[in-house]
Design a protein around this ligand. Structure first.
Ligand code: MG
Ligand code: MG
Length: 260
């Protein structure tokens, strides 16, 4: 089922989006060489709790994971790309870290992910990968609006990733959000323009291009959750939740300093 928010529900979605953006930016500013992934999880937990919001992750128990996730944020390092289970690991200089966070506030979910490099080194391969996912996300957002089709978004995302030379996996992608985290429609990271569900005002979508440098094959870590590149190569992931509006789309999870 595809949920459509009423105009009176949109302010709640904005609030949830602002909270997710704020938590991610705060966490990013605290991540330095030596920061432990378990500290990041603890900070996320306290910020979610203080805001009176609810974690979408802690009790999350989908078919592809092992038991309830049990943590408040996904922390994926280097070859880990999706669903990174926080564990006892201290970040090193040059690590490529993805933080992925979804919370429910006022009954509406917002979901966002950022990738960045820890410390003061800027490995060119990592910089290029992060840039590709961010540009693909922007292209997907630009293609979204009332009357556009899901395939337009998928095509826009996939074109940027392919032109940048990265293989694309369709195993996981974007999704509808609303009263729960993962809803219809699925938004693959590649597709044909002009095809698929026609977008309507009030639809919330999480768009999330993610890539691995040299493979489209994922392997599951022994922890039962973390998905890694099969070759051990680096990975990147960018995600925003957007609302389809009457005249285009609105990004709900933009950090404050990036807002127009
Ligand atoms: Mg996410
Ligand atoms: Mg998502």
């Amino acid at each position: 089922m595809i949920e459509i928010l009423s105009p009176t529900e949109l302010p709640r979605a904005r609030q949830a989006g602002a909270l997710v953006a704020d938590i991610l930016q705060t966490l990013r500013s605290r991540c330095e060489v030596g920061t432990n992934l378990l500290d990041i999880n603890r900070w996320a937990q306290s910020m979610i709790t203080e805001a009176g919001a609810r974690s979408c992750y802690v009790d999350y128990e989908p078919s592809f994971g092992r038991g309830p996730f049990g943590h408040y944020i996904c922390t994926s390092v280097n070859d880990a790309v999706l669903h990174g289970l926080p564990h006892d690991y201290a970040l090193a200089n040059g690590d490529l870290l993805t933080l992925d966070l979804a919370v429910s506030e006022g009954g509406v979910v917002a979901d966002s992910a950022i990738s960045f490099i820890v410390g003061d080194s800027n490995p060119p391969e990592s910089v290029a990968m992060i840039s590709a996912t961010e540009r693909a996300l922007s292209a997907g957002i630009a293609a979204a609006g009332p009357g556009a089709r899901l395939g337009d978004i998928s095509h826009a995302i996939g074109s940027v990733l392919s032109e940048a030379g990265y293989p694309i996996s369709t195993e996981f992608g974007g999704h509808g959000v609303g009263s729960t985290m993962h809803q219809d429609p699925h938004v693959p990271n590649t597709g044909r323009p002009g095809r698929g569900y026609r977008l309507r005002p009030g639809l919330l979508l999480a768009l999330e291009p993610w890539i691995m440098a040299d493979t489209a094959e994922l392997v599951t870590d022994a922890d039962g959750w973390t998905l890694r590149s099969a070759t051990g190569c680096r990975t990147a992931h960018s995600e925003h939740t957007i609302a389809i509006t009457n005249d285009g789309s609105e990004v709900l999870t933009l950090p404050k300093q990036a807002q127009p």
